[in-house]
Design a binder for this molecule. Structure first.
Ligand SMILES: CC(=O)N[C@H]1[C@@H](OP(=O)(O)OP(=O)(O)OC[C@H]2O[C@@H](n3ccc(=O)[nH]c3=O)[C@H](O)[C@@H]2O)O[C@H](CO)[C@@H](O)[C@@H]1O[C@H](C)C(=O)N[C@@H](C)C(=O)N[C@H](CCC(=O)O)C(=O)O
Ligand SMILES: Nc1ncnc2c1ncn2[C@@H]1O[C@H](COP(=O)(O)OP(=O)(O)OP(=O)(O)O)[C@@H](O)[C@H]1O
Ligand SMILES: N[C@H](CCC[C@H](N)C(=O)O)C(=O)O
Ligand SMILES: [Mg+2]
Length: 488
């Protein structure tokens, strides 16, 4: 519970429609969720303008509105230049800056965010540190799991979750920070101790339009770190120096930078990386310390993710001697290079690769390990970057003996048209289009021979398929398990 005037004092350039103060009991951005005494934020959205719901919000009991224009309503209106950013700041104030009461690690980049946050959590759990996670799969702290709608929640949900974590004595939170959230100001008012950059490659060009815009959005995490806004003098940026966009992140960083990678100029390095059938072995090197490390995780990309997680723990205050042994115990994350267990001798791997770069990385790893044929079942999501469709199909063709192009989450697009766009990227004829994902998985399994490998890409841990505006139960792993039972 807060006074509107006290809240408003935190916003530069705000104007109030009336002198009357009111008590604010909660904050909402959807008028259908308003309860008596809430502030309603009129967010100009991508599909609809929240200002259209102002009157209904008042009818539902809103005590005040935050808007970007004057509206004629009976309750006080707080006019601001940018409603989303004002919402982020006021949510942080309303919940009394929960992020400043914990060690908060933000992870951004096209691929690897979910993996890195989970690796940090696994290592800190071994050190008996109470750690929370916010990301694509869920928000998780103590034994509680709250399913996610977005990878990075809207600011008022984010601050509420952080406040719950603070109240549950969560010490450290590892959080995925998406480019959408940065561009939308969802993390304004959130104080990070550490920001990690994994990598940048093509995705979300529907939203950001060019790679430069996309990189600029990602760099905001580093620009906001340790700045006057996020007052944390201890803040550190951790950057994958091998990525071609590393310079942009380093230049943007308002905090000192630690680099990691496999090249000589990385401060934290993996040298002489050797991939093995069960993972990898490499020589870890940082600040004069060298140590042979083995990982039970697939591919070179996992080495990068492990280095990022180790760097975060170093910044958290742990000595290398203490944290390096924890790397060998890291285990895979659900839906990320996850083998499907069965009695059949066909190897099926479910992976969340939904970008060209991640698909290529995963297939390179499979190519190194596979002794027989490789099959790929892959689709691309609807209402998302269309330009990645032919590219992903082309990558699948390059590595596989045969490709099944199928639906991912078509959402409101025509699945057949998405598949046409994918097929345009295939040059040869070793592919088939099967719109129904279950049918495609079954067909791939049924025609595979002993020791062949099937990659089912794109949906990883997802337990639904979104067709139109509806979500139907669907789980790649469960479908593959069933198909494998029928394989002979
Ligand atoms: C592009 C984007 O970020 N969209 C988000 C945005 O939607 P929007 O701006 O279109 O909202 P809108 O539907 O126009 O509505 C505008 C306002 O009116 C309100 N409203 C609307 C209808 C109504 O009857 N009453 C009402 O009050 C809405 O609550 C909202 O405040 O605000 C919504 C409300 O919070 C979000 O759910 C929605 O995320 C959707 C689900 C989404 O798909 N987002 C994706 C693109 C996204 O953000 N992805 C990244 C991960 C990307 C990655 O790295 O892989 C993420 O962080 O999740
Ligand atoms: N460091 C990496 N570099 C390239 N590809 C990676 C890396 N880490 C994971 N991948 C691949 O990308 C897929 C997605 O990984 P992960 O879920 O960790 O990424 P994310 O950044 O959280 O994705 P999202 O944007 O959907 O939240 C994995 O299934 C794997 O195929
Ligand atoms: N965070 C990503 C997830 C994509 C997962 C894929 N299965 C799809 O639906 O495109 C996005 O919203 O673009
Ligand atoms: Mg993720």
């Amino acid at each position: 519970m807060k006074s509107l005037h006290n809240l408003a004092d935190n916003l530069p350039l705000m104007e109030l429609s009336q002198e009357k103060d009111v008590t604010v009991y909660g904050m909402k951005m959807d008028h259908r969720e308003i309860e008596h005494g809430d502030i309603f934020f009129c967010v100009p959205g991508f599909t609809v303008d929240g200002h259209n719901f102002a009157e209904d919000a008042v009818k539902n009991g809103a005590a005040a509105l935050v808007t970007d224009r004057w509206l004629n309503v009976s309750v006080p209106v707080l006019k601001v230049p940018d409603v989303r950013r004002a919402m982020a700041l006021l949510s942080a104030v309303f919940y009394e800056h929960p992020s400043s009461d914990m060690h908060l690690i933000g992870v951004t980049g096209t691929n690897g965010k979910t993996s890195v946050t989970h690796f940090i959590e696994q290592m800190l759990a071994k050190l008996k540190i109470n750690t929370g996670i916010i990301g694509t799969m869920y928000t998780k702290y103590n034994e509680k799991i709250i399913p996610s709608k977005n990878t990075t929640p809207e600011s008022l949900i984010l601050q509420q979750l952080l406040a719950e974590m603070r109240d549950a004595d969560t010490d450290t939170v590892a959080m995925e920070v998406s480019s959408h959230s940065l561009a939308n100001g969802r993390i304004h008012g959130t104080q990070f101790n550490t920001a990690i950059f994994t990598n940048l490659s093509q995705d979300h060009l529907d939203y950001h339009v060019t790679m430069k815009d996309y990189a600029r959005a990602k760099s905001l995490l580093f620009a906001q770190l340790g700045s006057s806004f996020n007052r944390n003098p201890q803040a550190v940026s951790i950057i994958n120096i091998d990525d071609e966009y590393a310079d942009i992140m380093m230049e943007a960083s308002a905090a000192p930078v630690i680099t990691y990678g496999m090249t000589d100029n990385a401060m934290i390095r993996a040298e002489n990386v050797r991939l093995t059938p069960t993972g990898s072995v490499f020589k870890f090197s940082a600040q004069g310390i060298t140590k042979e490390v083995s990982l039970k995780l697939p591919g070179r990309f996992s080495v990068y993710n492990a280095l990022a997680a180790a760097a975060a723990l170093y910044v958290r205050g742990y000595e290398w001697e203490k944290l390096l042994p924890l790397l060998s115990d890291l285990t895979g994350v659900s839906g990320r290079f996850e083998p499907v267990m069965s009695n059949a001798s066909v190897h099926v791997i479910v992976d969340y690769a939904h970008t060209p770069d991640s698909l290529q990385n995963v297939l390179e790893t499979i190519k190194d390990l596979a002794e027989k044929k490789i099959y790929v079942v892959v689709g691309c999501g609807g209402d998302r970057d269309k330009t990645k469709r032919p590219v992903m199909a082309g990558i699948a063709e390059r590595y596989a003996d045969f490709v099944y192009l199928t639906s991912d989450n078509p959402r409101t697009e025509d699945p057949a048209l998405i598949l046409d766009e994918m097929a345009a990227g295939v040059e040869g004829s070793a592919y088939e289009v099967i719109e129904d994902r279950k049918e495609a998985i079954y067909k791939a399994v049924m025609q595979a021979g002993p020791e062949d490998v099937i990659l089912i890409a794109g949906k990883g841990h997802e337990t639904y398929q979104e067709i139109g505006k509806e979500r139907f139960d669907f789980n790649d792993k469960a479908v593959a398990e069933q198909a494998l039972k029928e394989w002979k």
